[in-house]
Design a protein around this ligand. Structure first.
Ligand code: M6R
Length: 594
């Protein structure tokens, strides 16, 4: 879900709906907008598409308003449950992103006091609670009181008819304020409002702000506070499709640049000191790597890379499944990978690691995101805004950041492994794959009719296989398992027949012979095998049915090249199957609720 708000001199509806349109490629189920005009608060809610919503809302007049895209959590998909929600008087309207953990208790209390609810959502209690605290008379004061009673993560924007005020507040859920000349914007993330602003303020946990044409006034814990203004590094062009059919394809093609820019962060000219930010602990006794989804796969790769170089315990954990036993305690370093920097599970896990005495590092793509404020220090990936739900360029940038970390923590070992030189030649190798996709497209056409598939690998290829499988599931709706090749014979062999193709990632590492044996064993059971291997690998070509060639590379960079092939293959398979690639069903770009 996304919150948006505007107060300024322009008609608010086009601003709000344009902003909303910029985030709806991510997939939402309902929309709503509310404006203050001379008659009161006018509101339009819609199911279906944002285009239909635009047609229904474009008659609304006014230059102060809020709008929202919803991804149903509490209460089904219906107009009644779509935001904004109003109080009983119709003078207060709210949009909300987050969860109200104690909403049942609050709702019962408010109902017993006579408040009438119109939706099944948790969010509606916010409007009634503000009303109950005297919101009609003093919006800021009542919002402060209401927030004290609300438990759980939230980002909320509140519109007030009598005073024509817009008040916003945040706790854990993302919220950013865009500052223009004579106008102020509110959004859950920067891309939504990029065309209008160059300066932003990131609210802190517990902040309440009054937004007006001239800017914002912020309070925290009852005191007025000042928040820094940041220049936005991204441009509006970066969130257009730039002639590509889908954002996913555009972002796959942006990877050489993303790799170059991220590597440039930590690879200064020869003879200079590393530009990688100072780590919160230089000589950790253990490293815990955290992430969800694609970011977890980067952490898994990191587990193998850093274990091989550091000689200390290194473990990767799915942030949403972290248990107490995973923590080693003081002296250890927790590294959280998160493209958005807003994933609730990752933030919670990092907070728990900090509470256990860990020092913390965030690897994220979004400046000012929540995780950067929690972590002791931050290493930014320079992938630029990632719009498609499916993570692509952010993953390869995380892998590059991981190698920068290796260079910093184990400079001698990383140097001996040639990481620095390999990173420098990586963009052009990725570029070679992108310039020649015919074989990948042909393979994707062949895969499109199937329902089940395996991607198998060994060593560093295993996280890549898992990441590839996630892409096939997410964008092509093709059930794919990413599996260690040696594990197939312990069960999944039973699934193999001519209806279950297998992609095998074959590298030039110590696992090569075992991979070739695995391919022979797989083929003996009927599946077609597509190998991803070096372009001059005649041996693999003799075993597999199809080979997708990649440029020859060193062991540590092969995962990136294999990943790019799997991204493209999942994209073209999805296209062949007619899937809504940039808007996979049931998914949102960042998951800001637990
Ligand atoms: O923003 P984050 O990197 O923290 O997001 C974590 C996952 O939700 C994300 O990687 C998700 O798995 C991707 N959409 C997969 O392509």
């Amino acid at each position: 879900m996304r919150n948006l708000g505007y107060v300024g001199y322009r008609p608010a509806v086009p601003v709000l709906l344009n902003s909303l349109e910029r985030v709806t490629y991510r997939g939402y189920d309902s929309f709503g907008v509310a404006l203050v005009d001379h008659n009161g608060i006018e509101m339009v809610k819609s199911l279906g598409t944002v285009e239909e919503h635009r047609k229904r809302a474009e008659h609304l007049q006014g230059s102060i308003g809020i709008d929202h895209t919803r991804w149903a959590t509490v209460g089904g998909v219906s107009e009644a449950n779509a935001h904004p929600h109003m109080d009983c008087t119709g003078d207060i309207a709210i949009v909300h992103n987050g969860d109200i953990d104690n909403f049942r208790h609050l709702k019962q209390r408010l109902q017993s006091e006579g408040h009438v609810f119109k939706s099944e959502t948790d969010s509606e209690v916010i409007a009634h609670l503000i009303e109950a605290h005297g919101g009609r008379q003093s919006l800021v004061k009542a919002t402060k009181k209401a927030l004290k009673e609300l438990e759980g993560p939230l980002a909320v924007a509140v519109l007030h008819r009598p005073s024509r005020q817009l008040v916003v507040a945040r706790r854990e859920s993302p919220l950013v304020i865009g500052l223009g000349e004579g106008e102020t914007f509110v959004a859950s993330d920067v891309p939504a409002i990029l065309p209008y602003i160059h300066r932003v303020v990131y609210l802190e946990d517990g902040d309440i702000a009054l937004a007006s044409e001239s800017g914002i006034t912020v309070w925290n814990s009852g005191q007025e506070v000042t928040r820094s203004v940041h220049q936005v590094a991204w441009s509006a062009d970066q969130i257009s499709k730039a002639g590509y059919d889908h954002f996913m394809l555009k972002e796959i093609h942006e990877q050489p640049q993303a790799i170059h820019d991220t590597a440039a962060e930590g690879l200064p000219a020869a003879g200079q000191a590393s530009a990688t930010p100072m780590l919160p602990v230089e000589d950790p006794s253990a490293v815990l790597l955290l992430g969800c989804g694609t970011s977890y796969h980067a952490a898994l790769l990191g587990e193998q890379v850093l274990s091989s170089m550091l000689g200390i315990p290194v473990s990767a954990r799915v942030a949403s499944e972290l248990h107490e036993g995973a923590f080693q305690g003081p002296g250890s370093l927790a590294v959280a990978f998160s493209q958005s920097g807003e994933t609730s599970d990752t933030i919670t896990a990092l907070r728990r690691a900090k509470d256990s005495g860990y020092r913390s590092l965030a690897i994220t793509n979004v400046m000012g995101s929540s995780i950067t404020r929690l972590a002791d220090s931050t290493l930014y990936t320079r992938a630029g805004p990632e719009v498609a739900v499916a993570s692509t360029k952010s993953f390869v940038s995380q892998v590059v950041a991981l190698y920068l970390l290796a260079l910093h923590l184990a400079p001698e070992r990383a140097k001996a492994a040639g990481i620095r030189q390999q990173l420098r030649s990586l963009p052009s190798k990725v570029g070679q794959i992108l310039a020649n996709t015919e074989a990948i497209e042909a393979a994707a056409r062949g895969l499109a009719p199937f329902q089940h598939m395996f991607i198998v690998a060994k060593g560093l290829g295993v996280p890549v296989a898992m990441e590839g499988a996630l892409k096939f599931k997410e964008v092509a709706y093709l059930h794919t398992e990413g599996y260690p090749a040696g594990e197939l014979k312990h069960g999944p062999f039973a699934m193999l027949d001519q209806n279950t193709p297998v992609i095998a990632l074959v590298g030039n590492d110590q696992h090569r012979t075992r991979m070739l044996t695995a391919i022979k064993e797989i083929k003996a059971r009927g599946p077609q095998v597509i190998a991803v291997a070096d372009r001059d690998d005649a041996e693999t070509a003799a075993f597999a049915d199809v080979v997708i060639p990649i440029p020859r590379s060193d062991v540590f960079m092969a995962p990136v090249l294999q990943t790019v092939v799997l991204q493209l293959m999942s994209y073209y398979t999805a296209r062949e199957r007619g899937c809504p690639i940039d808007r996979p069903r049931n998914l949102a770009k960042s998951v800001t609720v637990p």
